[in-house]
Design a protein around this ligand. Sequence first.
Ligand SMILES: Cc1cc2nc3c(=O)[nH]c(=O)nc-3n(C[C@H](O)[C@H](O)[C@H](O)COP(=O)(O)O)c2cc1C
Length: 326
Amino acid sequence: MAASFEELFANRPVILAPMEDVSDAIYRRLCRSVGAELCVTEFVNVEGLLRGCRKARHKIRLEPGDRPTAIQIYGSDPERLAEAAEVAAAAGPLFVDINCGCWVPKIARRGAGAGWLKNPTAMVAMAKMVVERLAMPVTVKTRIGFGAETEMPIIDLARRLEDVGVRALTIHCRTANMGHSGAADWAWARRAREVTSIPVIVNGDIDSGEAAKRALEETGCAGVMVGRHAIDHPWIFREARAMLDRGEALAQPTLEERLDLCRTLLRERWALRGRVNSTRRHLGGFIKGLPGAATLRRELFESDSLDGNLAILDRYQASADGHVAA
Ligand SMILES: Cc1cc2nc3c(=O)[nH]c(=O)nc-3n(C[C@H](O)[C@H](O)[C@H](O)COP(=O)(O)O)c2cc1C
């Protein structure tokens, strides 16, 4: 049974990050099957949503089993964000998240995503407007600051966002200027957590169960969010849970589990898109560590059809079974 907002964060969830072209309904289902406790959709452009554009509508569609999921929206106009948040809320997420962290220049330069960090007062006023419009919780995902400020705005911002009714804050512990490079500094999540009483979720560089545990111990945060590592290794969700709950380091996924996840992703993405391209960023990671992984990866990448990919996986499994039996 789906937990309430408060129950969910009381258990320090391990969360699948919103990732454009990754965290779609198929990948959310797959991550949930290996332990993700909360998922966030890819970011959805408010103008697309308000125009009723097909891609945006598809992104906010939540199947009955797709719970708990938050819908993330982005835009630069407070009124449009508030209107779009209402549309997103009608799709039945657990909450609506506002993206204030996207560093991609074509988005941030227009004042959306991390662009909001250049004007914290406008960001807080925008969040207030969205909060007042929705009956469900509104959260914000942001970064520690935009650039090389000596004092990052995040601490003051965290306080002010809580004051206007934002119910949780995810902090990607890098500046916008860092993009994805350099190390995430979790200490900022701890400082933000110390000045607020809403759940703060720590994000950035969580790449193992051990790292999830360290991030929560170092910050006292209410949850951890995993981005890039979940692209390669979705089993991180159950590994983090076992580490957090029991201090247990789970065994690596078996060969069968790895190949089965490849098959599931291939079949589902093929059914949706009729192409295998979008699985490639995942498959190399799924099979990493298997004997002959480099050859298997090359063969998979050379085949453009579902049947071709499945046959390669079957052949590989049969020969691996043969080695085990021999
Ligand atoms: C391919 C990709 C797409 C992303 N798309 C989004 C997005 O739509 N919304 C968002 O808030 N962050 C997005 N991010 C940022 C991640 O949510 C996350 O904050 C970042 O990758 C840091 O976490 P990590 O070190 O665990 O990867 C994206 C990251 C990647 C790698």
